[in-house]
Structures are given as C-alpha cells and as structure tokens.
Write a protein that binds this ligand. Structure first.
Ligand SMILES: Nc1ncnc2c1ncn2[C@@H]1O[C@H](COP(=O)(O)OP(=O)(O)OP(=O)(O)O)[C@@H](O)[C@H]1O
Ligand SMILES: [Mg+2]
Ligand SMILES: [Mg+2]
Length: 481
C-alpha cells in the first residue's frame, strides 16, 4: 500500500455486489448456473417481455436475511422492491428491479483488524436486486454481443458507511466480508466469475474538513485491484486539487494492465434513476418468527468459530484465525484432532505448517488436498503414540504427499518404526563414543557445542529412527563419563 501524504486524509465507502447462490433467478425459474451457452438462460421474465410478471424467489430473501443477521443489522419487517431506470443494452426492461427506500437490511457493522488495530466499519444497508446481463466486446470483431444469462441473478448490494480511510482497511473489510458470505453459504465468492465484486467510492480532504467529492470506480474483481485502484485514485485526486483543480463526481473504470483508473461517465444522482416502487411486486414481510427460524439455520460464523478454537483447543489467536479463515480448512483441522486423538496444538502445527505449505506450493485448495484429514490424522497418531519421531514424520509426510499411501503402510514399507529400545540406543552411542576419542575429550574439556555432533552421529547410526528424547538422555549420561 502506498502511504497517504501528510496533511491529507482519504475517505472511502465500498459497495459490494454479491451474487446469491440460488439455483434459479430472483424473479423467475430460469437457471443461474455460470458458463452456459449465451442466452440459453434468458426466459421471458429475464427478457422483460410484455405481460410477464416477476415472482420473488423466497430463497434469495432468506439469504439476504442471513447476511443481515451475520452483521448484526436490522432486518426490515417490510421491504419494498423499486424500479431503477437507466438505459444499457444488457438491461432489456430499461429498469433494474432493486430496493431503494426500504431495503431488507439496514445498520449493520463488520469489525476488521489492520496491523493489530481493530476498527468497526458501518454497513449502511444491503438490498436485494437483480443482476444485469453482460456485454461481450471481444467475441465478435466490430460488434458487441449481449448475453442475458446473468440478467436476473439475485444480488445483494452491501453498502458500507464512508468509514474506511486507506486501501489496507478497504482490503481487510472486503476479505472479511468475502469470508463471511462464503461461510454463510449465500455466495460462492468466485471473484473471477464476478460473483463478488466491488465499487470503490473515494474522496480526499484535509483532516477535519467536510467530505470531498467522491469518484466511484466500478466492478473491481480482485483484492489486489481494489488496493491498486484506491491508491491510484487517492494520489490522482490529491494531485488534481493541489494543482488548483476540482474533482468531478464521476464513475471511473479500473484498468488492471496499468493499475490506473479512467473516467467513464459523470455519476448519476439517485433522482436520475426515477426510482418508484415496482407495482408488480408486493412488499415483502419478514416476521420476527421468520428471522428466528432463519437464524437457527445459520452455520457457525467465522468470528465465533475463531473464539471457540482458542478456548476449546487452546490455540493461539494466530492459529485460530488461520484455521478458521475457511470453513473447509476448519473442518479439516477438527477431523484431524478427532480422528488422531493427539494434542490439538500438534495437529494445528501439522495443518498450518506442513500441509498448508504443501498446498500453497502446488496451488491446491484444501478441498483438493492430496492428503485427506483422516490420512493426516493417521500420521499424527503415530507421532503421538511414539511409533515414529516428529522428524521421521516429515519424511512420511513427503511420501504421503507423493501418493505412496497411508502413514502406517509407509512406516512399515520403509522400516521407519522408531527405536525405543534403550539398550539398542545405548549400544549405538557406545560405538560412537569409542570411535571418536578426540571429540569426547574435547567435549569433556568444556566444548559443549560438540553435543550436536554426537546427536548427529547417533541419529545417523540409527537411520534417524532413535527416539530423540531417549537418545539425548542416554548420550548426556554417557558423555558425562
Ligand atoms: N464523500 C465520500 N467519499 C467517499 N465515499 C463516500 C462519500 N460519500 C458517500 N460515500 C460512499 O459511497 C457509497 C455510496 O453508495 P450508494 O449505493 O449509497 O449510492 P450510489 O453509489 O450513488 O448508488 P448506486 O448504487 O446507484 O451506485 C457508500 O459506500 C458511501 O459510504
Ligand atoms: Mg449503490
Ligand atoms: Mg454506487
């Protein structure tokens, strides 16, 4: 993140469009599956043909309520759909069905942390609306194609208060929001496919002055681009103002190739949209009983899970945070603990250390881990019952990663069972002491550092299989003379 020059402050508010994971569209039974042949999912309602009527998808309402409850927001008892008018080729009706004066979710908040400092970001509102179609500019040279498959996909637009002050806070907020909607199961979170995309509103001011004029950079679909777009915009606006110019309220586009934003059109005001309540749709009533029923169906949320991991498993805040960053990862960890019966902390070390490093290296998600949670539990169990040492376990882990089978099979095939027979360990140590009289004399003369040399020799003699605790203890005794 580039820093903001002294004497200036940035003010940022984010609008996040989040596609809801319903099977069908918000006002019709057409499929929402991504990637189908263009226009095969554009039914009469999607096309806005005369005479058709929208029918609200109940599941979309449920998902919006789940989101609202997860950010401690107020759920409107009655909310209303409104028509938002604008012309665009991918919007056949000439209006988008959205919510304006009475959105379903209002006054929530999300707590973020940047460099160890906690901050609360207000959520002004989240409203239900339909997505637009897509204009395809590259498919046919000289023409623009229109694909209406996406039109009518349910969205919630989550609008933050202008509480964000720099790009790092913006990214922390977005990541937290992303994690939340994915954990709730209301969004797949796929940013490349546009399921979760962000409009960044940015202005600058002298600290204490009223808010400056904002620009809105549209449809940014990666965390890094959000950071780049905001940093670029802050710098540009300060330059304009310092050169005596004025910021225009406008919509801008981010170019990922240059990391720059450019003006697209001057920003419309709410009254340009001629909002009015959609006469084809009844107001939606969500009763207190509905809310409670929906609340009861919600999964454990990331913040609660993190707290539980700290208390139940005695994990550090860092480990708990990492392990609960994705619900699939949290499930994986809990399976390892349960199946292995080993110490929770040892399990955490294997999952956050060796396993995540291996997944990172191969670019795989936890869902596609080549080592299942039960398999990793099998390995950790063999360390816990002292069949193998933690050091040998690293080799077994590599072999498991290479697809050589379960821990037990590998331990047996490679003869890796730990030597716990103290007589055998003592015999190996005796041989080393006898073979290295000079080092023994030096050690006894005060060169303590040589202890490592003897450990290395003894481990080598036992092919690394000696129980490390027994080896250290016996070696110390024997070297003492
Ligand atoms: N001066 C400002 N500087 C930066 N951000 C601002 C400023 N004033 C408002 N914002 C933010 O801009 C966003 C406005 O979003 P909202 O959906 O309310 O309106 P809009 O952008 O005009 O509508 P539309 O959905 O049609 O784009 C909010 O996130 C708000 O916090
Ligand atoms: Mg908006
Ligand atoms: Mg906007």
């Amino acid at each position: 993140m580039s820093s903001i020059p002294a004497g200036w402050e940035a003010v940022i508010g984010l609008e996040v469009h989040c596609q809801l994971l319903t099977k069908t569209k918000i006002f019709s039974g057409a499929s929402t599956t991504y990637g189908a042949e263009p226009n095969t999912q554009a039914d009469a309602v999607t096309l806005g043909l005369p005479g058709v009527l929208p029918v609200l998808n109940r599941e979309a309402v449920t998902m919006a309520v789940k989101f609202g409850l997860s950010v401690d927001a107020k759920i409107a008892e009655t909310c209303v759909f409104a028509r938002k008018h604008y012309f665009y080729p991918d919007l056949p009706k000439g209006y988008q069905i959205s919510q304006y004066e009475l959105p379903i979710v209002e006054q929530g908040h999300l707590d973020i942390e940047v460099d160890g400092v906690a901050k609360r970001i207000g959520i002004t509102r989240a409203h239900l609306e339909e997505d637009a179609g897509k204009s395809l500019h590259d498919a046919f040279p000289g023409f623009t194609g229109i694909d209406l498959n996406r039109a009518g996909t349910p969205l919630i637009e989550i609008v933050s208060e202008p509480d964000i002050r720099n790009s790092a806070e913006a990214v922390a907020y977005l990541k937290k929001l992303h994690q939340l909607v994915v954990a709730l199961g209301v969004c797949d979170g796929n940013m490349q496919e546009g399921s979760f995309r962000c409009d960044a509103n940015v202005s600058v001011r002298k600290p204490g002055a009223p808010f400056g004029t904002r620009t809105e950079t549209k449809n940014i679909n990666s965390f890094r681009y959000v950071q780049q777009a905001i940093d670029y915009e802050i710098e540009r606006q300060i330059e304009v103002i310092e050169a005596g110019g004025k910021i225009n309220q406008e919509t801008r586009l981010f170019n990922p190739d240059t990391g720059e934003t450019r003006a697209m059109r001057s920003k419309e005001n709410a009254n340009d949209y001629r909002y009015f309540p959609d006469p084809d749709l009844l107001p939606v009533v969500v009763t207190a009983a509905d809310q409670e029923r929906i609340r009861a169906s919600m999964p454990e949320l990331p913040a609660a899970k993190k707290a539980r991991f700290e208390s139940q498993y005695g994990l550090s805040a860092y480990d708990a945070n990492l392990l609960t960053s994705e619900s699939a990862l949290a499930d994986y960890y809990e399976t390892v603990v349960k199946v292995s019966g080993a110490e929770a902390k040892t399990c955490a070390n294997w999952v956050t250390g060796d396993l995540l490093a291996a997944l990172n290296k191969s670019g795989k998600a936890i869902e596609d881990s080549p080592i299942s949670a039960t398999q990793l539990a099998g390995l950790v169990a063999r360390i816990a019952d002292k069949t193998i040492s933690g050091k040998i376990a690293k080799d077994v882990f590599e072999a498991m990663l290479a697809g050589e089978g379960d821990a037990d099979a590998i331990i047996k095939a490679k003869g890796l069972v730990q030597i716990t027979d103290e007589g055998a360990i003592a015999a190996a140590i005796d041989a080393i002491i006898a073979g290295n009289p000079q080092q023994v004399a030096d050690y006894r003369g005060g060169k303590d550092k040589l202890f490592g040399f003897f450990v290395g020799q003894a481990m080598k003699a036992t092919q690394g299989k000696a129980n490390p605790e027994a080896l250290n203890r016996i070696l110390k005794e024997k070297l003492a003379g």
